[in-house]
Design a protein around this ligand. Structure first.
Ligand code: ZN
Length: 472
């Protein structure tokens, strides 16, 4: 079995969690393969995957708004004019999906940045001195980019994806503090929500800087801007090395023409092979503020201050992050994000007690749903129990499995199996109860301990209840 497990890729795990991404999977009725009917690079988050996506969105929105980011929602398609100002039409055209509507050129947005700058300029014009810097704009921004079909791969390389994207307009005196806070945010998300501790084992840091001799030539902007931005990024890299032993890789001359950046890569070791996935990024941009006249507008409102524009994503593309994470966790998701959170297995054996087992299991399921959980109930015969567990563990993988059998009903104690993402294995517990209500409340306590870290970063418990028995 371990042999078989290690052969699985993130595409298999995603398929098991109900994401339509396996090209060869067949859709009945239309009788076509997923890869044909959806095309290449557009994964569909089906029922299970849908709950995951909405739960993650909820966490990210709460997380950001509590940290002073303003939330926006910008259109998927807009006039080419916007992207001419940003320069994307000239420099990024080969990656863009373009449309002709009534003889006018439109762009399916490949990036959210131009819209976020419009938001800033619009607010600056309307509210003037009421705006405070740093000004932080966040969006779960769905973007589309052309990638050749030969490079498309599961969730890791797609054509349509969602970024946890933010743009920050920051005064020069605030840059180091802001850059450091972005790293803190990434660390919080990875450690608290995904139980993914930052260490030299998991994370790589890549710093891309200019070649000082080429500033003003290949690298646009002033020496002051480059030195200031690179210094702020360097300090974060230094801090990560000191605190976590993660050594940075510095690429001299590898910065984009418009600014230096730091990239965080998730590394997963499997059978001696190291795989790397791009996650978050912090990137300075000296180009867009000039193209959109930000400096001039800011000076009019705030006087003689120097501002910087920072692009940042913590997880990067949600699709790519999920792909990498599923390989790391072997298809397991944290309790708050798992499509099916609690499976209730009614273990019958053709005895008189079966009736009571089914009553308790059904009532328990209803009670747990009313408490806000995503629950599934399945009746299994005790002779087939191990097969059922294998089946569940190789598909929907609920973090909590509750067994209700003859012994549990007689002894008034449930058997509960909880998957620990820290230990990467299941832990068994017995939970005594006098009646079903009490059993549900005891299970809620267990669930609350699993939700605690999400509550810590997003300020509330995430409850998105559903009866998902059909996924079992
Ligand atoms: Zn951007």
């Amino acid at each position: 079995m371990s042999e078989e497990r290690s052969m699985k890729t993130h595409i298999d795990y995603a398929h098991e969690l109900d994401i339509m991404v396996k090209p060869e999977a067949l859709v009945p009725g239309v009788d076509r393969e997923v890869g044909t009917i959806l095309g290449s690079g557009f994964p569909l988050f089906s029922i299970g995957g849908g709950y995951f996506r909405q739960a993650l969105s909820w966490i990210l929105l709460n997380f950001h708004t509590r940290r002073g980011y303003y939330i926006v929602e910008t259109p998927t398609i807009a006039s080419d004019e916007l992207f001419q100002i940003s320069g994307h039409t000239d420099f990024y055209r080969k990656n863009m999906f373009m449309l002709d509507i009534e003889g006018k050129s439109y762009v399916v947005k490949p990036m959210n940045c131009p819209f976020h700058i419009l938001v800033f300029l619009n607010e600056l014009g309307k509210r003037r001195g009421k705006l405070r810097l740093p000004f932080k704009i966040f969006e779960l921004g769905r973007v589309h980019r052309y990638e050749p079909s030969g490079t498309i791969h599961g969730l890791l390389r797609v054509r349509g994806f969602t970024q946890d994207d933010a743009h920050i307009i920051v005064e020069e005196s605030q840059t180091t503090e802001v850059v450091m806070s972005i790293f803190e945010e990434m660390k919080l998300l990875l450690e608290e929500v995904f139980s993914l501790p930052i260490s030299s084992e998991n994370v790589k840091v890549r710093l891309s800087v200019s070649d000082k001799n080429l500033i003003g030539k290949e690298f646009m902007g002033s020496l002051r801007e480059w030195e200031h931005a690179e210094d702020a990024l360097e300090r974060v890299a230094q801090r990560i090395e000191e605190d976590y032993g993660v050594k940075k890789v510095v690429g001299v001359g590898e910065a984009a023409f418009y600014g230096p950046k730091i990239d965080f890569l998730l590394t997963v070791r499997e059978a001696g092979v190291v795989k790397e996935w791009q996650m978050g990024t912090i990137q300075f941009d000296f180009n867009l503020p000039r193209r959109f006249g930000i400096d001039k507008e800011v000076r009019e409102v705030f006087g003689d201050v120097k501002v910087y524009l920072i692009h940042r994503a913590l997880l990067g593309s949600l699709e790519r992050f999920l792909g990498g994470y599923l390989e790391y966790s072997k298809g397991r998701l944290p309790f708050s994000l798992a499509p099916l959170q609690i499976a209730v297995l009614a273990v019958t054996g053709g005895e008189e007690v079966d009736e009571e087992i089914l009553r308790v299991a059904r009532e328990l399921k209803e009670k747990l749903i009313s408490l806000g959980f995503r629950v599934g109930l399945e009746e299994v015969n005790k002779t087939g129990l191990s097969g059922s567990i294998r089946q569940i563990e190789s598909t929907i993988k609920p973090p909590v499995i509750v067994f209700v059998g003859a012994r549990e009903v007689k002894e008034k104690a449930l058997t509960v199996s909880i998957y620990s993402l820290q230990e990467l294995k299941r832990i068994q517990k017995r939970v005594s109860f006098a009646n079903v209500d009490e059993a549900a409340l005891e299970l809620e306590k267990i669930a609350e301990s699993l939700e605690e870290s999400v509550k810590k970063v997003s300020g509330a418990r995430l409850r998105l209840p559903a009866d998902l028995s059909f996924l079992l």
